[in-house]
Design a binder for this molecule. Structure first.
Ligand SMILES: *Cc1c(COP(=O)(O)O)cnc(C)c1O
Length: 432
């Protein structure tokens, strides 16, 4: 399969190039040149298949031409080493819990898949070690570090701002050891990002070592997210709840919902989608006005969705032939203030006992306000509430339980290398 750029100025890329490069040379996002419809027979019996079986079937459509079937199967099965259950919250509203992976957030799926696919390409080429640089304000670093942990031929450097990530987040990428090195930068997130960007354009460094990024716009991180939408459908179908299905995705960079829209193009019977935003309402406004006007992000309690210029808008726009009406026909929007998010967390807990994280709460609320007669709603619980423990505790006046998996990270010994925000110092470190 070939991949084209949404900006239309770069040449077609192979899967391997698209994965290694991440972004096309014209700064566009890669798109698969074809999206194949899965046969009706697959959907007729989907409820009899396991998550891994379903995912492999979907993966084969995208990656089957480029990766041998046994290898692809292994990658898919290794990636999905945890469940993504659909849980009933109340009548006709269900939660797709994407937080049962190693770092308790949905980004585990894409990060684990990408790590294994990149590992395969490296082995195939008999290449020397590849170094992944990732700047993080918290969550991306943990998903990438854990996704790549122990993958042969790859070393990961996580750059994070000293004192600016939560203790829970910090221990998720500083306690791993093996092929993961955490670099504690004396600066802010933007300094970390600048160091990574400078490294990619430094000729001497490029000659010295092979560098790549594990950015969320990478096709190997974004396409595998479609797997769990198919599996969620299968789970609901089994319960006779899959007709008139509305899927609601708490959205920031719009990668997650974009994977769902790819699913629909493959024939997944979802009636319509809702993109739930926090106060960063660029997409919501686009739906209303037809104008896409990025602006600086504002800080909210659903901070993984604090995005003022969602990268994957370019993919959605391309997928729908740049047609505003076509986009509006499939997707509606919602936007919520911090106060509304907090109210929703309290309300769901009081009414049902279910504890939403701040992101999932946006999804729940959009369904509650937007579902029509006869529809069944599924919202994505994109992270475990304990990842935002201090926020959720304060809202509920509670002391919510920290899952054993998170506690295990907190027991580990922090290992990180302090560096200043000067590029020369970072470069010297990498050269040695
Ligand atoms: C990254 C993230 C989101 C936003 O997902 P996008 O694909 O960027 O739209 C939502 N919730 C959580 C917990 C996240 O980590």
């Amino acid at each position: 399969m070939k991949y084209y750029s949404t900006n239309g100025q770069a040449s077609f890329a192979t899967l391997q190039d698209a994965v290694v490069k991440g972004l096309a040379s014209d700064k566009g996002l890669y798109m698969p040149e074809r999206i194949k419809l899965l046969p009706q027979a697959f959907y007729d019996h989907i409820e009899d298949l396991s998550f891994q079986e379903i995912a492999y079937r979907v993966a084969d459509e995208f990656f089957g031409e480029d990766v041998p079937s046994e290898t692809l199967k292994q990658i898919v099965y290794d990636t999905l080493s945890f469940d993504v259950p659909v849980v009933k919250v109340k009548d006709n509203i269900y939660s797709l819990e994407l937080f049962h992976g190693p770092t308790l957030a949905f980004k585990d799926v894409g990060a684990r898949f990408m790590a294994r696919l990149l590992g395969y390409f490296i082995r195939k080429e008999g290449k020397e070690q590849v170094n992944v640089l990732v700047a993080t304000s918290g969550d991306t670093g943990s998903a990438v570090a854990n996704g790549f942990l122990g993958v042969e031929g790859i070393h990961v450097y996580v750059l994070y701002p000293k004192g600016k990530v939560s203790p829970i987040q910090e221990c998720q990428f500083t306690t791993l050891g093996q092929n993961i090195t955490a670099l504690e930068i004396d600066g802010v997130f933007d300094d970390c990002q600048a160091l990574v960007k400078n490294a990619f354009v430094d000729a001497q460094l490029k000659q010295h070592m092979k560098l790549t990024s594990a950015n969320s716009i990478n096709v190997a991180r974004f396409l595998p997210q479609s797997f769990y939408y198919f599996y969620a459908y299968a789970q609901l179908k089994k319960q006779g709840k899959a007709d008139d299905l509305v899927v609601c995705v708490p959205s920031g960079n719009f990668g997650n919902i974009c994977s769902a829209l790819f699913g629909k193009k493959m024939g997944l019977p979802v009636k319509r989608f809702i993109a739930a935003n926090n106060a960063n309402d660029i997409f919501f406004k686009y739906l209303k006005t037809g104008k896409y006007e990025p602006k600086p992000s504002v800080q909210t309690i659903a901070n993984a969705m604090d995005v003022g210029n969602p990268s994957n808008f370019a993919r959605i726009y391309d997928l729908y032939g740049k047609d505003h009406a076509a986009i509006c026909a499939d997707i509606s929007g919602a936007t919520y203030s911090d106060e509304q998010i907090a109210d929703t967390i309290r309300e769901v807990q009081a009414e049902t006992g279910y504890i939403c994280d701040p992101h999932g709460a946006c999804g729940y609320r959009a369904l509650k306000e937007g579902l029509k007669e006869g529809e069944v709603g599924l919202f994505l619980e994109t992270a475990h509430p304990a990842k935002f423990k201090s926020t959720v505790d304060k809202i509920l006046g509670a002391d919510i339980e920290i899952p054993a998996k998170l506690q295990a990270f907190m027991k580990g010994t922090k290992q990180s290398i302090p560096l200043s925000k000067e590029f020369t110092e970072f470069k010297k470190f990498l050269m040695n």
